[in-house]
Design a protein. Structure first.
Length: 287
C-alpha cells in the first residue's frame, strides 16, 4: 500500500526495495506479489496503477527466475490484458496506464523471447487491434535485465558492461535506472543487428542451396533435350537470380569474418553458386 500510495507523486524507492526483498524472502513471494500487483494495476486511480507498474518492473529487475516464471503465465498476463481490453477495464483505464501496460508487455517480448505465452499475449493484442504498433520505449523506462539471456549475449562477452549493468540495476536512484535502461537498449540494438545478420546469412545460404539444386535439375534436362520453352525461361530467370546472389554472399562474407565457422559456410555456398553459374555458361550460354 505504501509503495503504490496514489497520494504520493514520487516513487518510494526505499519501500519498493523492501517489497522486492520480501518477495525474495518467501517461497510463495512471486505468486502473492503478482496477485497484489494485478489488483493495484487495475485500480481506477491512475496514480496507484502507475506506481504499481513501477513496482512490477522493479520486481522483474530484482526478483529473479521464480518471479519471471510466474509473471509469464497466462494467469497474470490476462490480468494485464484486462486493463487494455474494452471488454474489461479498458473502457475506464486512463490512456497513460494503458500505454504503460503496453510498454511493459512489449519490453518483456524483447527480454524474454523464449516465453511463448508473453509473445502470444502481445501478438493477440496486436491481432485484435488493441495494440496498433510497437511502442517506443522512453529512456526512463525500467526494462527487465537480460536474464535469462541468449547465449553469447553482449553481457556474456563484455565483463565490464555486465558489471556496470548489475551495479546500476541494484541502485535505487532513478538516474541509475535510466542509465541502466540506456545500456540495455544499446545492447538490445546490438544483439538485434547480430541476429539480423545471422538470419540473412541462414536465409541466403538456404536459397543458394535450393537454387543450385534446381539449376542442376534444369541443366540435366537441358542436356537431354527435354526442357520445354517455359522451363528454359525459368532456367534463365534462375540464372539471373543466382547472379544477383553473388554480391550478397560477398557482403555476408565480410560480416562473418570474425566468426570462422560462419565464414566457412558462406564461402562454401559461394563455391556451390560459382560452380552452378559455370555449368550454366558451359551448357546453355555457349550454345
Amino acid at each position: 500500500d505504501e509503495a503504490t500510495d496514489p497520494s504520493v507523486s514520487e516513487e518510494n524507492w526505499e519501500c519498493i526495495q523492501r517489497f522486492c526483498e520480501q518477495v525474495n524472502a518467501d517461497t510463495a513471494g512471486p505468486w502473492f506479489a503478482l496477485r497484489l500487483l494485478a489488483h493495484k494495476i487495475q485500480s481506477p486511480q491512475e496514480g496507484e496503477a502507475l506506481h504499481a507498474l513501477t513496482v512490477l518492473e522493479t520486481c522483474v529487475n530484482n526478483c529473479g527466475d521464480r518471479f519471471h516464471s510466474e509473471m509469464a503465465k497466462f494467469r497474470f498476463l490476462n490480468e494485464l490484458i484486462k486493463v487494455l481490453s474494452p471488454k474489461y477495464y479498458g473502457i475506464w483505464s486512463s490512456e497513460k496506464v494503458k500505454s504503460r501496460v503496453t510498454e511493459v508487455i512489449f519490453s518483456w517480448t524483447v527480454w524474454f523471447p523464449q516465453e511463448v505465452k508473453i509473445q502470444d499475449a502481445y501478438q493477440m493484442l496486436k491481432k485484435q487491434g488493441i495494440v496498433k504498433e510497437d511502442p517506443k520505449l522512453p529512456e526512463d523506462k525500467i526494462l527487465p535485465p537480460p536474464s535469462p539471456r541468449p547465449q553469447n549475449s553482449i553481457f556474456d562477452t563484455d565483463e565490464e558492461k555486465s558489471k556496470l549493468l548489475a551495479r546500476l540495476l541494484r541502485s535505487r536512484h532513478p538516474e541509475d535506472l535510466r542509465a541502466a535502461n540506456r545500456l540495455i537498449q544499446s545492447a538490445v540494438k546490438e544483439e538485434q543487428e547480430k541476429s539480423a545478420q545471422v538470419s540473412r546469412r541462414v536465409n541466403t545460404i538456404s536459397e543458394v542451396s535450393e537454387n543450385v539444386k534446381r539449376m542442376d535439375e534444369f541443366l540435366e534436362s537441358y542436356r537431354r533435350g527435354e526442357l520445354s520453352p517455359a522451363d528454359q525461361e525459368s532456367l534463365q530467370a534462375l540464372f539471373q537470380r543466382c547472379e544477383r546472389l553473388r554480391p550478397l554472399l560477398f557482403r555476408l562474407a565480410s560480416e562473418a569474418v570474425p566468426d570462422e565457422e560462419a565464414l566457412a559456410e558462406v564461402l562454401q555456398a559461394n563455391d556451390k553458386l560459382s560452380w552452378a553459374l559455370g555449368q550454366y555458361r558451359q551448357v546453355v550460354a555457349s550454345q
